[in-house]
Design a binder for this molecule. Structure first.
Ligand SMILES: [Zn+2]
Length: 209
């Protein structure tokens, strides 16, 4: 399954070909069978953001506090690079649904980062709308291993322009995505990776915004 996934992450156009109707999750039940985190965590609020929620691949995968922090890092760096004069990117982040899945997703009509067209394949991330992104995440992965930042860039371009979010990235068919956006993904993921090195479990206690 894993080897079938195309790398690097591409991009994805479409609302049309992805099934988003089924959002049921598999949850763990403890020995007594009285703790089912699926029913408790089906949609989890992301702390520190107004109306932002996530659907987890498994219980607390990923931790909503980590997602919240990653969104802040994203926004600070986006603002520094591109600005956000009317707060449209910030407002969009405050109203986003972030969905994590355990498996890659079938898609049609997508593009690689260099703009190469791909008729169909399996994606590790999709931007369904400016307010709904979906990523594949395995238990062993961290947020920076996923296409999270990549999809946030699409969603933010979409919020900013009111158009598609530039599905062909650096390609010329759609406008919006530049090499600066591509490099920003690498920079933000590197920051997240470095933060993770010092982000011990005990530091999360009492973590409030
Ligand atoms: Zn993309």
């Amino acid at each position: 399954m894993y080897k079938k996934i195309f790398y690097p992450v591409f991009a994805l156009v479409t609302l049309i070909f992805v099934a988003v109707g089924c959002l049921s999750l598999r949850g763990d039940v403890d020995d007594k069978g009285d703790y089912d985190c699926t029913s408790r965590n089906e949609i989890t609020r992301i702390p520190g953001w107004k109306f932002s929620y996530q659907i987890e691949a498994e219980c607390s995968i990923p931790d909503p506090y980590d997602v919240s922090l990653a969104m802040q890092v994203f926004y600070v760096n986006w603002h520094q690079r591109f600005g956000d004069p009317a707060d449209v990117v910030l407002n969009n982040l405050n109203n986003i649904l972030i969905e994590w899945r355990k498996n890659a997703m079938q898609f049609r009509n997508g593009y690689r980062v260099d703009g190469t067209f791909i008729q169909e394949g399996r994606a590790i991330g999709l931007t369904l709308d400016r307010g709904h992104i979906v990523m594949m995440m395995e238990t062993s992965q961290k947020i920076y291993d996923t296409s999270f930042v990549h999809e946030l860039i699409h969603a933010s371009i979409r919020a900013k322009t009111g158009q598609l979010g530039d599905p062909d990235h650096e390609g010329t068919k759609y406008s919006g995505w530049t090499k600066q956006h591509t490099s920003l993904i690498k920079e933000i993921n590197e920051i997240l990776r470095l933060m993770d090195l010092n982000y011990a479990e005990e530091n999360k206690k009492g973590y409030e915004f």
